[in-house]
Design a protein around this ligand. Structure first.
Ligand code: FPP
Length: 239
C-alpha cells in the first residue's frame, strides 16, 4: 500500500539525467581492474534504461564520457570507447523492442571516426521510435557545449542584441529535448562535474551512495519517488 504522501506525490520527471559514478571504486573494492568496473557499469546502464522505459520516463541522459575524461590512462579511455563501439549498435534489438530512440550530446567531431559512425548509424536506425529517448553524453562537457553553441551563433553572424538565452538554448546539442527535471549522481559525490550545465539550471539533484555497477531498477525508482515528493518553485515562492 502506498503511503498517503506517495498518493499525493507529484508527476514523474519528464527528463532524468544520470552521472554514473563509482565504477572505479566498485572494482577497487573487489581487487579488480578499473575496466571490470566499467563493464559492470555497462550492465547497470542497461538495467536502468530498461527501468526508465518501464516507468514511462520520456527522456534519459547518461553521462558516459566527459571532455575531461581524456586525462585518464590511455588504456582506460580505449576500453570505454571500445565498450561503446561494441555494444551501442549491437543492442539494436533491445531498442526496437522497447521503442527506444537514441541521441547524442557532446562534441562528435572529437570522437574517433569509427565511433562517430556507430553513433550516427544507431541514431538513424532508432529515429522513428516514440518511447524513451536515450541520450548518450559522450565526449560531453557543459561548458564546451555552450562554447560550441555560441561559436555556431557567431558563425551565423549573430549581433550582440540577438544573443539571448533563447538563442543559446536553440543552439545547444539537443534543443528539442526538454531541460532535465532530475539529475541523479551515484557513488556519493555532491558535484555536477560539468554535466548539462545550462539545461540543469532548475533540476532537482539526487545523490545515492550506491556505486554505479550495483544500480538496479529499484535504485531508479527510489530516486524518482524522492523527486515526486519535492516541491519545485523555479525561483518563485509557494502559494
Ligand atoms: C564513472 O566511474 C564512470 C565513467 C567515467 C564511465 C561510464 C561508462 C560506463 C558506465 C560504461 C559505458 C556505458 C554506456 C551507457 C555505453 P569512475 O571511473 O569515475 O569511478 P570512480 O570515481 O570510482 O573512479
Amino acid at each position: 500500500m502506498p503511503t498517503a504522501a506517495e498518493v499525493e506525490a507529484g508527476a514523474l520527471p519528464v527528463h532524468v539525467g544520470i552521472i554514473m559514478d563509482g565504477n572505479g571504486r566498485w572494482a577497487r573494492r573487489r581487487d579488480l581492474p578499473r575496466t571490470q568496473g566499467h563493464l559492470e557499469g555497462l550492465k547497470a546502464a542497461k538495467r536502468v534504461v530498461q527501468a526508465a522505459s518501464d516507468l514511462g520516463i520520456k527522456y534519459l541522459t547518461l553521462y558516459t564520457f566527459s571532455t575531461e575524461n581524456w586525462k585518464r590512462a590511455a588504456e582506460e579511455v580505449g576500453f570505454i570507447m571500445n565498450l561503446v563501439r561494441k555494444y551501442l549498435f549491437a543492442e539494436l534489438d533491445f531498442y526496437r523492442r522497447n521503442r527506444i530512440r537514441i541521441r547524442h550530446a557532446g562534441d562528435l567531431a572529437g570522437l574517433a571516426p569509427e565511433i562517430r559512425r556507430e553513433i550516427e548509424k544507431v541514431i538513424a536506425e532508432t529515429a522513428a521510435f516514440t518511447g524513451l529517448t536515450l541520450t548518450l553524453a559522450l565526449n560531453y562537457g557543459g561548458r564546451d557545449e555552450v562554447v560550441r553553441a555560441i561559436r555556431s551563433l557567431m558563425a551565423g553572424g549573430i549581433t550582440p542584441e540577438a544573443l539571448t538565452e533563447e538563442a543559446i538554448r536553440g543552439h545547444l546539442d539537443n534543443p528539442d529535448i526538454p531541460d532535465p527535471d532530475l539529475v541523479i549522481r551515484s557513488a556519493g559525490e555532491y558535484r555536477s562535474s560539468n554535466f548539462l550545465l545550462w539545461e540543469a539550471a532548475y533540476a532537482e539533484f539526487y545523490v545515492s551512495d550506491t556505486y554505479w555497477p550495483d544500480w538496479t531498477a529499484s535504485d531508479l525508482s527510489a530516486a524518482v519517488q524522492n523527486y515526486r515528493l519535492r516541491e519545485r518553485r523555479f525561483g518563485g515562492i509557494t502559494e
